[in-house]
Structures are given as structure tokens and as C-alpha cells.
Design a protein around this ligand. Structure first.
Ligand code: KG4
Ligand code: ZN
Length: 335
């Protein structure tokens, strides 16, 4: 039985994972706090985490119909993320660990995303993992738990960041992903030729910083935008950005001779991505594994799930060694 926390960014997340696979997965969103400010304000995010984390934990324990003394392990995201936010979750988990004498398992947030698509199904190694979120666009070759090779990543903006920036340029608010996803359904994805960074470069790196300049110039040159102009820009941007992710990931799967590709992180909630990735995978004989929708954006169930693979001896690490850090080494890379 694991009680887990994720406060890496702007959502306070608490989960209970029972040994029979049943779970409670609670998320207190702060979107209302940050949306009017155009993005996440770290100091405000940390304050909100501090206000709600104890009550949310009580609620998770109540919904799971358990007592604190039934918890075998605690788990908390120690990084990467916003340091003020991380500190709240880590300090809270440490206090619980100390007062209830329960081992605390430190979890890398991105490892949580990497394994989330496999929750409730068997994991077969090796697989390629594409993590696409507001802070990351990373392609990993995963050969086992703890064995990751970064084979590609964005050289500038993350793809989720591009969704957020394009949405801001179109006056659609924060976060941009869900609203661009929705508007794209009525837009023409072929009206504008949105640039696909590094399309013709060798290797599997990505670049999304050119997109916002392109959209900015487009918006300025068009003067006023009609509703359909906005939907067409959203759809064209979405198609170009997702298509390059699919193209490079499937090319990497071929080169690395891997037949399983998983996609996770907030952008894996995108409906076009989900449909187009599965369709392309089927065409090339690749099994495309996506997380259940409640495990796409940040959540603590993925942290509990990742912690469940941790050998017991690692879990008993002394509390003073569990530290929040804005970036942490995974394999040979710092992310
Ligand atoms: O994984 P996540 O919740 O937090 C980070 O670790 O960054 O990802 C948040 C990102 C935001 O940039 C948001 O705009 C994007 O995921 N996102 C989406 C969708 N839902 C969330 N992007 C595209 N389509 C969506 N439906
Ligand atoms: Zn995340």
C-alpha cells in the first residue's frame, strides 16, 4: 500500500495505490489561480500546495477506506519541477514518514510519466518512451527500470510550452493544450504551413521555438482574426507539431528495432495525437501504448506506480537524503 504525492508544478496530487491494484487518484487543480496570469507563478503555486495538501491527503485516505497505519510506503516526486512547489510535497511526505515511521521513496517525475502508460498492463522491455509535457519533450529508449537512454529531445521549447504560447498569441488563455485541441476539431489543418523544426536533420531532436515566431508574424500580418481563422491556425499548428513527433518517434523505433512505443505527459491527452499515433503505429506494426486519460497530465498515481517497482532496500534510504531538486540525473542525462 503506497501513499504518493506530486507537487512538481501547479497541481496538488495525492494518490493511494493498494496492493490489489485498486487506487484513489486525487488532483486539486490550480488552473483558476494561474490562468488569468498567463502561466504558472511558482510562489503562488507553492502557497496553494501548502494550503491544500493536508486536506487532500485526508480525503484520499478516506476515499481509500484505509488508516494511515495500513500504508507500507510513502512516495513523493523529488524533481524535476518548480523548486518551491516540490519543497511542499517533499516536506509534507517527510513529516508523515517521520511521524508515522514509514519509509519514503523518492521518485523522479519523468520516470512517473515513462511508466504511466503501462498502469494495469504488462510491461515488456525494451520500449521507446516519448514524454511530451509543458516542460519536456524527450524520447527515451527504456531497457528496464532505471535503464534509460535519451535518444532525442527538444533543443528549445517543449511541445506543451508551444501549445501554451500559441494559445496565448491567439488570446485563448492558459493552459493552451485543451483549448487548441477543442478548436482544432473545426479548423482546417492544411490552411497554414506551420514550420516543423529539425524535420530534415538527422537524429531525433526536436525544436518548437520557430512555431511561436511564425504564429506571431501570422497574427500580425492578418490584422483581425475571425473565429474560423483562429481554429485554422490552431489546427494547422497542432497537426504540424504532432506529426513531427510521430514521424521522428516511429523512425527511431525502426532504427532501434523496438516494437513498443509509449507516449505520456500532458500533451498525450491531445485527441489528434492519440488518434494519429495509433493509426501510424498500426501501419508500421508498432504497438502504441497511451496512458489512461487521468494519468496523462500530472498525477500522483504514476508516482505511486513507479515507486511500486522500487526494491525495498532503496526505499529505506534515510530521510535526510530525500531532497527536492529542480533537475535530476536520469541515465546519462540531467532532466
Ligand atoms: O504533464 P503536464 O500536466 O505538466 C508538466 O509536467 O508540464 O503537462 C502540461 C502540458 C501543458 O503545456 C498543457 O497545455 C498540455 O500539457 N496539454 C495538452 C492537452 N492537455 C494538456 N496539450 C495538447 N492537447 C491537450 N489536450
Ligand atoms: Zn509532468
Amino acid at each position: 500500500m503506497i501513499l504518493a504525492f506530486d507537487t512538481s508544478c501547479d497541481d496538488t496530487a495525492v494518490a493511494v495505490l493498494k496492493d490489489n491494484g485498486d487506487y484513489v487518484n486525487l488532483i486539486a487543480s490550480q488552473v483558476e489561480v494561474h490562468s488569468s496570469l498567463g502561466g504558472v507563478v511558482p510562489e503562488l503555486a507553492a502557497r496553494k500546495h501548502a494550503e491544500i495538501i493536508a486536506a487532500l491527503t485526508k480525503e484520499a485516505i478516506r476515499e481509500a477506506q484505509i488508516d494511515m497505519d495500513q500504508i507500507d510506503f510513502l512516495a513523493a516526486t523529488v524533481g524535476p519541477g518548480l523548486l518551491p512547489s516540490l519543497l511542499v510535497g517533499v516536506a509534507f511526505a517527510k513529516a508523515l514518514a517521520y511521524s508515522h515511521n514509514i519509509a519514503l521513496i523518492p521518485v523522479h517525475h519523468i520516470e512517473g510519466h515513462i511508466f504511466a502508460p503501462f498502469f494495469g498492463r504488462d510491461i515488456t522491455f525494451p520500449f521507446l518512451s516519448l514524454v511530451v509535457s509543458g516542460g519536456h519533450t524527450h524520447l527515451f529508449l527504456v531497457e528496464g527500470v532505471g535503464k534509460y537512454q535519451i535518444i532525442g529531445k527538444t533543443l528549445d521549447d517543449a511541445v506543451g510550452e508551444a501549445f501554451d504560447k500559441v494559445a496565448r498569441l491567439l488570446g485563448l488563455g492558459y493552459p493552451g493544450g485543451p483549448v487548441i485541441d477543442r478548436l482544432s476539431k473545426t479548423g482546417d489543418p492544411y490552411r497554414f504551413k506551420v514550420p516543423q523544426g529539425l524535420k530534415h536533420e538527422k537524429g531525433y531532436n526536436f525544436s518548437f521555438s520557430g512555431v511561436k515566431t511564425y504564429v506571431k508574424n501570422l497574427v500580425n500580418s492578418m490584422g483581425g482574426l475571425s473565429k474560423s481563422d483562429v481554429s485554422d491556425i490552431a489546427a494547422s499548428f497542432q497537426r504540424a507539431s504532432i506529426d513531427i513527433l510521430i514521424e521522428k518517434t516511429l523512425k527511431a523505433a525502426k532504427e532501434y528495432d523496438v516494437s513498443i512505443v509509449s507516449i505520456s505527459g500532458g500533451v498525450s491527452a491531445n485527441s489528434y495525437l492519440r488518434e494519429a499515433f495509433v493509426e501510424a503505429g498500426t501501419k508500421y506494426g508498432i504497438d502504441v501504448v497511451l496512458p489512461p486519460s487521468e494519468m496523462t497530465t500530472d498525477n500522483a498515481l504514476m508516482i505511486a506506480y513507479r515507486a511500486s517497482f522500487m526494491p525495498d532496500k532503496e526505499a529505506t534510504s534515510r530521510l535526510c537524503l530525500v531532497e527536492a531538486k529542480p533537475s535530476i540525473r536520469v541515465g546519462e542525462g540531467l532532466i
